[in-house]
Structures are given as C-alpha cells and as structure tokens.
Design a protein around this ligand. Structure first.
Ligand SMILES: *[C@@H]1O[C@H](CO)[C@@H](O)[C@H](O)[C@H]1NC(C)=O
Ligand SMILES: *[C@@H]1O[C@H](CO)[C@@H](O)[C@H](O)[C@H]1NC(C)=O
Ligand SMILES: *[C@@H]1O[C@H](CO)[C@@H](O)[C@H](O)[C@H]1NC(C)=O
Ligand SMILES: *[C@@H]1O[C@H](CO)[C@@H](O)[C@H](O)[C@H]1NC(C)=O
Ligand SMILES: *[C@@H]1O[C@H](CO)[C@@H](O)[C@H](O)[C@H]1NC(C)=O
Ligand SMILES: *[C@@H]1O[C@H](CO)[C@@H](O)[C@H](O)[C@H]1NC(C)=O
Ligand SMILES: *[C@@H]1O[C@H](CO)[C@@H](O)[C@H](O)[C@H]1NC(C)=O
Ligand SMILES: CC(=O)N[C@H]1CO[C@H](CO)[C@@H](O)[C@@H]1O
Ligand SMILES: [Zn+2]
Length: 453
C-alpha cells in the first residue's frame, strides 16, 4: 500500500515537471526603461504592456533607494544593496582618499563598482552559464575582473532595435547558454527631463513609443521561440517630477563658491567644505526653507545613506520639484533624485514567464527585493543583501504566500463558522437543559462518580 502511494506520488511529480524543457536551466531577461514613473501606467494607455501584465504579474509601486538617481538604483536592482553598501552613491562622485572622480561619462574604473557583486557576475561563476548585456550601468566594466560574456560598450546612439536583436541572439544561440541578460533603454527619462512629466502631449507620444518597443520585444521573443521558457522582468530605476523656474534655490546667493567643492548639484547637493565645515553648514542651513541640510552624521537613518566614504560631509536635499542652481545653471523641466518615499520617484515592475503567476497584481515591493527574487529564479546563492525574499513570494508560482484579501476572507470565514457553531451549541444546550431544570441539581451529588466501571 505504502509503495503504491509513493509510486503514484512520484508519477504525479514527474507529470507536473513535464519534459526536457524543464531540465534546462531557468533564464531571465531584466529590462529597464529609464525613468518610467509608476503612475504613467494609470494615466496613459499601454496596450502591449497591459497584455504582458495580463499573463504575468504587476507590482504597482517599487520603492527605490535614496538618492533616486540612475546609476545608484540600477546597481541596487542587481545587487540588492542600499547605496551606502554597494558604493555607487550618485551619478557624480568623488573619493577623497584616492582623489578619483566618477561621472556617467567616466564610469569604467572597477574601483567604483567593486564594493558589490552584481548578479551577472555571480551567474557567470556558475558552471555552464553565461550572462549577456545590451547595456545596464556597470555591464561594460570588469567588476571583480568579470564582464558579462556578451556585452556592449555603453552608447546612447545604439538603437533599441539593435540592442534587442543582439540580446535575443545571445539568448538563443550561445554555449554555454546565456541564462541572465539585461536590456536598457534611455526613455522615458530623457523626455521626462526635457518636457517635464506634466507635459501630457509630449509624454503621450513618448510613452506610446515605449509601448511599441515592448510590443517589438514580445513579438521578437515569440518569433525566436524564447517566449514560453524565458522569464522577463520589465522595470525601471526611478520616476520623475515636474520642476519650474519658480522653484529654484541658488546656492551662489548664500555662500561663496570658494568655500566648498561641489561634487553633485541637484536635487541632492553633495558639498565638500574647503574651510570650516560648521560655517559652511550654517550658511547653507539658512539658504532656503525648501530643502533639508544634513551633516553626514545626521542624515536620517531611513535613507540608508551614510556609511560610505563617497558620501560627502554635507548634503542638501531639495523638496519635491525644487532645483538647486548656481548663477549660471540651466533648468530641467523634470527631475528625479529626491526623497525615495515620494510616490513620484517610484517606478513599477511587471514580470512574465514560467516563474511568475498569471494575472496577479501586487501593491508594493522594494527595489532591493528584486535581487533575492532573481537569484531564486536562477537558482543562485545570493550575496548578503538588504532585500527580503518574502516580499516577492506572492509573485512566484513555486512559493506559498498569504495574499491579504484571501487572508481576510479566511479569517472572516473561520469566525463565521465558529460563531455559527457556538450559536448552535448554545441552542442545543438550551433545548437539552430546558425540559429538566431540576434533575440537574439532583445529579450534582453524583458528579464525581466515574461514569464507567
Ligand atoms: C514536451 O515537450 C514538447 C516539445 O517541447 C511539447 O510539445 C510537449 O507538450 C511536452 N510534453 C509535456 C508533457 O509537457
Ligand atoms: C556542462 O556542460 C557539459 C557539456 O554540455 C556537460 O558535460 C556537463 O555535465 C555540464 N555541467 C553541469 C554542471 O551541468
Ligand atoms: C550587434 O550584433 C551585430 C551582428 O553580430 C554586430 O555587428 C554589432 O556590432 C552588434 N552591436 C553592438 C552594439 O554590439
Ligand atoms: C569596448 O571598448 C573597449 C575600449 O574602447 C574595447 O577595447 C572593447 O573591445 C569594447 N568592447 C566591446 C564588447 O565592444
Ligand atoms: C569653525 O567655526 C565655528 C563657528 O564659527 C567655531 O566655533 C569653530 O571653532 C571653528 N572650527 C575650526 C576648526 O576652525
Ligand atoms: C551670483 O549672482 C548674484 C546676484 O546677481 C551676485 O551677487 C553674486 O556675486 C553671483 N555669484 C557668483 C559666484 O557669480
Ligand atoms: C545591508 O546589507 C549589507 C550586506 O549584508 C549589510 O552590511 C548592511 O548592514 C545592510 N544595511 C542595513 C541598513 O541593514
Ligand atoms: C531663509 C532663512 O532662513 N533666512 C534666515 C537666515 O538667518 C537670518 C538671521 O539669523 C534670518 O533673519 C533669516 O530669516
Ligand atoms: Zn534613470
């Protein structure tokens, strides 16, 4: 009997596993459309993306990391670490000890990246697996002496079509197989900065173009027979908020430029004082009521933005929509980088593939939670990180999770059943006890006597 059960059970497991396709290693394509603010999804039409979501999962808000800039957040997604822990703390950095500078055009020194190990490196160290990148900050840098087996040097002039063609080619015919791949695109960030997110007409056009690119992506994956077995995550690094010439904070009106070195300007200014730090702090503190000025040691803990030499002694955080300028600076109509608790700074996440549920919506996760989820999908052991795997369990088919509405339903259901049972028992008891109110009293003397014997 026992062996029959085991036989049936193992047969069931084999049947569920299906055949050869499941013995192939799982594959994952991670896509970022830079600056895709979460609520664009509610306020504009995305027919292709909505189709993708209908057969996959959607996380409506992804809480990203402070500062809400491009390089830091892309590196958090692939390492699961806060900025202070992965070391890419801004798009513009200066290291006092080595006197090195980092900027988006001077980002190839591994020194800046080596404080963390991105997932494409870990994936590559697995036997018989390789990684590929059609761009993503850091993928053209030998981090811990390792680049993806297949990658492109960063160039904004390479078209989406070429990036897509090459990444899908690498995903389909490489040996050892490419199991982790990235695809990066500069929009809607570039247009968000240029027009501002409140320019409905221009954003409508740009976001329609992005939806068409998502259509091209799905079409291409289907044509190449990659669609069924590939896990695809579409997400972004940050959102965007409207700025204005009426919301400027001119630092030149408060402090002479000779007193400090400006490492990064807006909306989080990184200040390295040249003279007396306290005096610089006092002058800046008094500059505007539309910002917060922090000594490094006083930066709020919720930002997780303190414990790194690359964070400067003074930082200024502009209020949403305000811009730091110097006398000669120009203004962008849209910007990001602000407090990561602002909804306008959040992107979304959508995912599709054998690892994900179909038609499931989730309200929020942190962007550092994406890393442990990706490691789980790829069967990789994650490096120590700041993400929580449990936050993403509801998205995954191989995990059990309690979804809030169901949990409430179950609790209410159980309470109703218990109430009904209690009522029933009370009624029954009353029915039984009513006809013989006195016999009970008489019986009481005998209560201690054993019933049987
Ligand atoms: C096995 O794989 C083939 C080809 O990939 C597919 O047509 C077939 O339906 C699969 N069978 C099961 C039981 O999954
Ligand atoms: C790696 O691939 C080779 C050749 O395809 C195979 O013999 C070997 O067993 C594979 N190793 C692992 C760990 O899958
Ligand atoms: C994409 O692949 C083609 C064909 O292999 C190659 O010629 C081209 O240089 C690649 N593009 C990039 C940006 O690497
Ligand atoms: C990237 O650029 C470097 C330096 O210009 C060059 O040596 C290398 O071959 C390029 N790599 C790829 C994959 O294009
Ligand atoms: C810096 O300035 C503050 C206030 O003006 C003063 O109390 C302090 O002694 C100065 N520190 C140094 C190192 O000069
Ligand atoms: C900036 O402009 C203000 C007002 O026009 C002027 O007083 C100040 O000297 C200027 N500062 C610099 C550094 O140019
Ligand atoms: C984030 O993770 C790193 C690596 O485990 C750890 O050193 C750091 O203390 C964590 N940060 C927080 C705020 O927990
Ligand atoms: C903007 C601001 O806070 N200005 C203050 C700077 O300090 C002087 C004197 O301490 C105040 O009078 C200003 O209101
Ligand atoms: Zn960005």
């Amino acid at each position: 009997m026992k062996s029959l059960v085991i036989l049936l059970f193992s047969g069931l497991i084999t049947a569920c596993r299906g055949n050869s396709s499941y013995s192939l290693p799982p594959k994952l394509l991670l896509v970022s459309f830079d600056g895709f603010r979460a609520d664009y999804l509610q306020n504009y039409e995305f027919p292709h993306l909505q189709n993708f979501i209908k057969e996959g999962v959607l996380v409506e808000h992804v809480k990203n990391v402070f500062i809400t800039k491009t390089f830091p957040n892309h590196y958090s997604i692939v390492t699961g670490l806060y900025e202070e822990s992965h070391g890419i703390v801004a798009n513009s950095m200066y290291d006092v000890i080595t006197q090195k500078h980092f900027s988006d055009f001077n980002d190839k020194d591994p020194f800046w990246w080596n404080e963390a190990v991105p997932i494409w490196v870990t994936n590559q160290l697995q036997e018989n697996r390789s990684s590929a990148a059609a761009m993503w900050p850091g993928t053209d840098v030998p981090i811990h002496n390792t680049t993806p087996s297949y990658f492109m040097n960063y160039s904004s002039s390479v078209s989406f079509e070429e990036r897509l063609n090459n990444i899908t080619m690498w995903l389909s015919n490489s040996n050892p197989p490419v199991t982790f791949a990235t695809l990066y695109w500069e929009e809607p960030d570039a247009s968000g900065h240029k027009y501002g997110p409140e320019d409905k007409e221009n954003m409508l056009r740009v976001l329609k173009e992005i939806d068409d690119l998502i259509g091209d992506l799905v079409y291409k994956l289907k044509m190449l027979g990659l669609w069924e077995n590939l896990n695809v995550i579409i997400t972004s690094d940050h959102g965007m908020t409207q700025c204005s010439k009426d919301r400027l904070i001119n630092l030149d009106l408060c402090i002479d430029h000779s007193e400090y070195t400006l490492i990064d300007l807006t909306p989080v200014a990184a200040i390295l004082p040249k003279t007396n730090k306290t005096e610089v702090y006092n002058k800046l503190k008094n500059c505007s009521s539309h910002m917060n000025v922090y000594l490094k040691e006083d930066i709020p803990a919720r930002f997780h933005y303190q414990h790194n030499d690359r964070i400067q002694p003074l930082i200024l955080v502009a209020d949403e929509g305000w811009t730091f300028v110097l006398n000669k600076s120009s203004l962008k109509l849209g910007d990001h980088g602000y407090d990561n608790s602002l909804p306008s700074m959040h992107p979304f996440l959508a995912a599709h593939g054998p690892a994900f549920h179909k038609g499931y919506k989730h309200s929020t996760i942190n962007n550092v939670d994406i890393y442990p989820m990706m490691c789980h999908i790829l069967g990789l052991k994650p490096h120590p990180n700041n993400g929580t795997f449990g936050h993403t369990k509801c998205l995954l088919v191989d995990q059990w999770c309690i979804k809030l509405p169901e949990a409430i339903g179950i609790v209410i259901g159980v309470l109703l059943v218990l109430t009904a049972l209690t009522l029933l028992m009370i009624i029954m008891q009353n029915k039984l006890s009513v006809p013989q109110p006195f016999s009970r009293l008489q019986l009481q003397e005998d209560d201690d006597d054993p019933l049987i014997e």
